[in-house]
Design a protein around this ligand. Structure first.
Ligand code: AMP
Length: 570
């Protein structure tokens, strides 16, 4: 496939356009059954999610006509990217599962080229399903991994010695995140000598598992000692399945207690699972912030980033998975969708009607250049901007390899949440309303994703203008401001706080007056232009953090969980 990347791409496009030729969408743009690149490129516009909102809404409301795809939309995959505060709904069709499965099936053969003997043990993977809802028209809406784990592809997968997990399906499929994590950890501890790789989807998920062990090792050791299951695990099918797995093992219980009660948790992963050859977690993109913590807990084990995928489409895999995180490149698989690349110029003001963007085909991208990924999928997304910025690092045969640079417009991210500048601005505005009765306003603010705590949390630095010192806002008021900010965040953030426990309480750090002026002076001393200086709305450069932290006069944490339910607000 990578040798024939261009012909494969041409065929994929032709297949998609032929399959969907009678859809309302392709007819609207008068493709008239054409399936060649030139007609496609000249007639179809490059779009974003917002452009498709009306069609998506109609499908969600139950319109089963062939709007985007000739094949029936089987469900919606809920992306962690949001639109108007709610997860984007990505239409998918049944056959997409086969395509995703194909990509998964390539992962271990690639890994096997670099790490021998992975068929001689097990993988300890912390995998979870999340809540699902139905749209008004009755279609399921759930995250892509939930859809995959609940599919027959996953549940009834044939035995494969390279893909034996310590976690039973019942534990992965348990909707209660505590019970799921508890039993997955218990099985991982019980099989500790057999574990050859430890993983989660994202780095943040693996660290959450370590934190879980820190909080629950006493109960876990108790269960191991007696061979019984903690009463907090109530799911009947999980209890039944664990009943068959658990065996009393006092020696293992002693070992776990001994290791976990030590003051230092440095290298805990290799102490408990001594045969681990690598961590299987994504540490590229926003997840790079977790590399030092993972290194601390694992004694610097290799971190394999195996694939690059999304709710819209699975893109490709890392053909050199044991490389350093900074060198990870993903090879886009030419059979997954039709891929185009929008040259990305960070300094350009964008595109206008008169200067439409010139998109480049998969095999025509140039090494060293940055592009935004644009996809056309079998499920009916046409020339859809994913929002990821990629840099070409090389080629595998004729298929290009990409470094994931970043996702556009993301200011803060702890787990799968993505908060942009407008959302943060709105949150600050909403929270600062609580300060009005104290004659106080927020004169400047910036933010920081603090990942030193597990789970990580958002820190917002506020410089306040207090007009009446005798009536300045109290700690209680500022705590309420933290909560008000959390209430304003998008649903992925709030789900992370409430259901997944993947994000900790938001913190406001009030800095003393004049701090943001000092910040500007610092930037100017480093060469920023006075005229063009803008307060950075997110910071992570150590000297700036040190400056801000040295000026903190008080800190306040959100005292409660924000509101969240699986149902969409709209
Ligand atoms: P979602 O739509 O919630 O499935 O999220 C998909 C997005 O996650 C992608 O568009 C990327 O921005 C990000 N992502 C997925 N895989 C990777 C990866 N291997 N490295 C960095 N970011 C990734």
């Amino acid at each position: 496939m990578t040798r024939n990347a261009d012909p494969v791409q041409e065929r994929v496009l032709s297949d998609i356009l032929t399959q969907n030729s009678q859809t309302e969408y392709l007819r609207r743009f008068k493709l008239n059954g054409a399936s060649d690149r030139d007609s496609f490129k000249s007639k179809l516009p490059v779009i974003s999610y917002e452009d498709l909102q009306p069609e998506i809404q109609r499908i969600a409301n139950g319109d089963r006509s062939a709007i985007l795809s000739a094949h029936p939309i089987s469900e919606f995959l809920t992306s962690s990217g949001t639109s108007a505060g709610e997860r984007k709904l990505m239409p998918t069709i049944k056959e997409e599962l086969d395509r995703r499965q194909l990509l998964y099936s390539l992962l271990m053969p690639v890994m096997n080229l670099y790490v021998p003997g992975l068929d001689k043990g097990k993988g300890l993977y912390f995998l979870f399903v999340k809540s699902e809802t139905r749209t008004p028209g009755g279609l399921l809406a759930r995250p892509v991994l939930t859809s995959y784990y609940k599919s027959e592809h996953f549940k009834t997968r044939p035995y494969d010695p390279y893909n034996v997990y310590t976690s039973p399906n019942e534990a992965i499929l348990c909707p209660d995140s505590f019970q799921s994590m508890y039993t997955q950890m218990l099985c991982g501890l019980q099989d500790r000598h057999q574990v050859l790789r430890v993983g989660a989807v994202f780095a943040s998920g693996l660290l959450r598992a370590i934190r879980f062990l820190q909080l629950n090792w006493r109960q876990l050791s108790q269960d191991i000692e007696t061979g019984t299951l903690n009463q907090k695990v109530t799911d009947p099918s999980l209890r039944e399945c664990m009943g068959k797995i658990l065996k009393p093992d006092p020696e293992l219980a002693r070992f776990v207690r001994h290791e976990c009660s030590k003051e230092s948790w440095e290298g805990i992963i290799t102490r408990i699972w001594p045969n681990t050859k690598y961590l299987d977690v994504i540490v590229t993109g926003a997840m790079a912030q977790y590399i030092p913590t993972l290194d601390y807990y694992s004694g610097g084990l290799p971190k394999a980033c195996t694939m690059y995928a999304s709710s819209e489409c699975y893109f490709g895999l890392n053909l050199n998975p044991m490389c350093k995180p900074s060198e990870v490149s993903y090879t886009i698989m030419p059979n997954m969708a039709y891929f185009e690349f929008l040259p990305h110029d960070p300094n350009s003001a964008g595109f206008t009607r008169d200067s439409p963007p010139k998109l480049v085909d998969l095999v025509d991208v140039e090494i060293g250049k940055e592009y935004e990924l644009v996809i056309t999928t079998y499920a009916g997304l046409c020339r859809y901007r994913v929002g990821d910025i990629l840099r070409v690092t090389g080629f595998h045969n004729s298929a290009p390899q990409f470094h994931f640079v970043r996702r556009k417009n993301v200011l803060l991210s702890i787990d799968s949440d993505k908060t942009d500048e407008a959302e943060l601005q709105k949150a600050v505005e909403n929270a600062s309303r609580l300060l009005r009765e104290f004659n106080t306003s927020v004169v400047e603010y910036t933010s920081y994703a603090d990942t030193k705590t597990i789970p990580g949390h958002y820190v917002i630095y506020w410089e306040l203008l207090v007009k009446d010192a005798a009536n300045s806002p109290t700690d209680d008021v500022l705590k309420q401001c933290c909560l008000a900010m959390e209430e304003s965040m998008n649903s992925v953030y709030r789900q992370g706080r409430v259901a997944d426990n993947s994000i900790g309480p938001l913190e406001i750090r009030v800095v003393r007056n004049g701090t943001f002026e000092e910040l500007m002076d610092y930037a100017i001393s480093r060469g920023a232009s006075i005229n063009q200086y803008k307060v950075p709305r997110c910071v992570n450069f150590t000297p700036i953090m040190e400056l801000l932290d040295s000026r903190v006069v008080s800190t306040h944490f959100s005292p409660a969980l924000p509101h969240w339910t699986p149902e969409r607000r709209r």
